[in-house]
Design a protein around this ligand. Structure first.
Ligand SMILES: Nc1nc2c(ncn2[C@@H]2O[C@H](COP(=O)(O)OP(=O)(O)OP(=O)(O)O)[C@@H](O)[C@H]2O)c(=O)[nH]1
Length: 244
């Protein structure tokens, strides 16, 4: 498995799915990835879309990614909105930028991410879920809970059982992932959520949101952005590589 710092950096372009399918609402799945700072939201999306890991850290600006994805027997147009971090205030309130509220309103399904090494990021999930419920008070909202950085076992602060319990309380499934080490666990989590969203369309949920906010979908600045970050990681590796 190519990690962020090695292997070829010819980034396999993420095929932009023609907007044609957007006229078939049930073929377009919009996911928002939400969570506290530095839990791995971007790394999870990049791992899922490119099978690679971005080792460096850059504060999240909230990029929108889109690609075609085979789910079960059909191809869907998948859009994933990365979001800036949310933070718990002293009074257990939540600081959520307006951009995040727009993403919550726009999305059909939600990936709540915390780091198993950061108890505070885990404690952010419940108030964040309540915030989503205030924006979508009716219907079920397809969610998954992702405990990331599972490769850092010695730094674990959140037992898996607590992740399972919280996911059940949110009405979703708990996945433990390592965006650094493993593509399969990340892929399984995202595909599961897409299946839940498609199922919710069948239940008539999706239609209510079809009139929802449509974020202007960039052509592919995100691909340039990803290439820049992969090159950045590569050049930093070359510089630090021991001279023979
Ligand atoms: N060990 C390990 N590090 C990870 C993993 N996922 C992400 N990281 C690192 O954690 C840091 C934060 O990752 P990001 O993907 O930028 O996290 P984010 O949630 O988008 O961060 P914000 O911009 O603060 O919202 C980066 O240095 C990543 O390389 C993981 O699974 N394991």
């Amino acid at each position: 498995m190519n990690s962020g710092g090695s292997g070829n950096f010819l980034l396999v372009p993420i095929p932009e799915y023609p907007p044609l399918l957007e006229c078939f609402p049930n073929k377009t799945v919009k996911l928002a990835v939400l969570g506290a700072s530095s839990v791995g939201k971007t790394a999870l999306i990049v791992r899922f879309l490119t099978k690679r890991f971005i080792g460096d850290y850059e504060a999240n600006t909230g990029a929108l990614y889109s690609r075609k994805l085979p789910v079960d027997t059909e191809d869907i147009s998948l859009q994933i909105q990365d979001t800036p971090c949310v933070s718990l205030q002293d009074d257990e309130g939540l600081y959520c930028q307006e951009q995040i509220n727009r993403s919550i309103y726009w999305a059909d399904g939600y990936v709540f991410v915390f780091s198993i090494t950061d108890l505070s990021s885990f404690r952010t999930v419940q108030p964040l879920y309540q915030h989503v419920r205030r924006i979508h008070p009716s219907g079920n909202i397809p969610v998954i809970l992702v405990g990331n950085k599972s490769d850092l076992l010695r730094a674990r602060q959140v037992p898996s059982e607590e992740g399972d319990t919280l996911a059940a309380a949110l009405g979703g499934v708990y996945f433990e992932t390592s965006a650094r080490e493993n593509h399969h666990s990340v892929h399984s989590a995202f595909v599961h959520l897409c299946q839940e969203v498609i199922r919710s369309f069948g239940a008539g949920n999706g239609e209510k949101r079809r009139g929802g906010l449509h974020l202007a979908r960039p052509k592919s600045p995100n691909m340039q952005e990803l290439k820049r970050r992969f090159r950045q990681v590569l050049s930093s590796k070359v510089k630090s590589a021991p001279t023979l």
